[in-house]
Design a binder for this molecule. Structure first.
Ligand SMILES: Nc1ncnc2c1ncn2[C@@H]1O[C@H](COP(=O)(O)OP(=O)(O)OP(=O)(O)O)[C@@H](O)[C@H]1O
Ligand SMILES: [Mg+2]
Length: 216
């Protein structure tokens, strides 16, 4: 399937490139502009297909292990994000000692990684990003949260942001991304029989992403 989806686009891109390289001087500025648009659109389409393919693969749970040490998962995620954390001067607080849970360790690290990346990305200009991770024991489930002091999300969009390619801050190209992250996160959480939701006081007031994982 992957090949079938990508091949026609590869052809379109190759011929656009050929036109740009070998026929550019036979076209006027307007024509060259159109070619550039075709080239940019097909690059974007390629990225969307990649995401779609990753989406169909990534959410899938491969290897569930009992007693996955979430402290270890978090230090791994933190190490992977070290560069962006330092670049943005993030104060990352991890509250308490995280529990051991039965889960697919790779997938759950993707959940934390995506949520923390978003918290870093959607911070407020001129405000030091403070991100807090914590959890509480709710009996049969653990409830985890990732809280930021960033730009916040208006309540009307709390479901929408989990849909694929839905982005609230895409205009102006200020924030890079394709809008697949939270869709993948939701799929992973639900494949673990958990739930995910957002709390935010609204735009400009930070967000909290909550998700649950059953204890067993
Ligand atoms: N912590 C946050 N604070 C404010 N807005 C957020 C936050 N996390 C997500 N959003 C909004 O939800 C949208 C969807 O998030 P999602 O992670 O799915 O996509 P993305 O970050 O745009 O791209 P990517 O696929 O690279 O993750 C974002 O474009 C942004 O508008
Ligand atoms: Mg994201």
């Amino acid at each position: 399937v992957s090949h079938d989806l990508k091949e026609p686009l590869r052809g379109a891109r190759a011929f656009t490139k050929l036109l740009m390289e070998e026929y550019a001087d036979k076209l006027d500025d307007e024509g060259r502009g159109h070619l550039k648009t075709i080239s940019e659109s097909s690059s974007r389409m390629t990225r969307l297909i990649e995401d779609l393919l990753n989406f169909s693969r990534i959410g899938r749970i491969r290897q569930v292990e009992p007693n996955v040490e979430l402290n270890e998962v978090l230090s791994y995620v933190k190490k992977n994000l070290q560069y962006s954390l330092e670049e943005k001067g993030v104060d990352l607080k991890i509250k308490g000692d995280f529990p051991k849970v039965m889960c697919d360790r790779i997938r759950i690290s993707e959940v934390f990684s995506n949520l923390i990346s978003n918290a870093i990305k959607y911070c407020k200009k001129g405000v030091k990003p403070v991100i807090e991770l914590g959890y509480s024991d709710k009996g049969s489930v653990y409830e985890f949260y990732v809280k930021d002091n960033g730009i916040g999300i208006d309540e009307q969009y709390h479901d929408k942001v989990f849909q694929i390619f839905q982005r609230l801050h895409a205009k102006g190209g200020e924030y890079e991304g394709t809008g697949a992250g939270l869709t993948i996160v939701k799929k992973i959480v639900e494949n673990h029989n958990g739930r995910i939701w957002i709390e935010s006081e609204g735009e400009g007031k930070g967000s909290i992403f909550y998700f649950t994982l059953p204890k067993t």
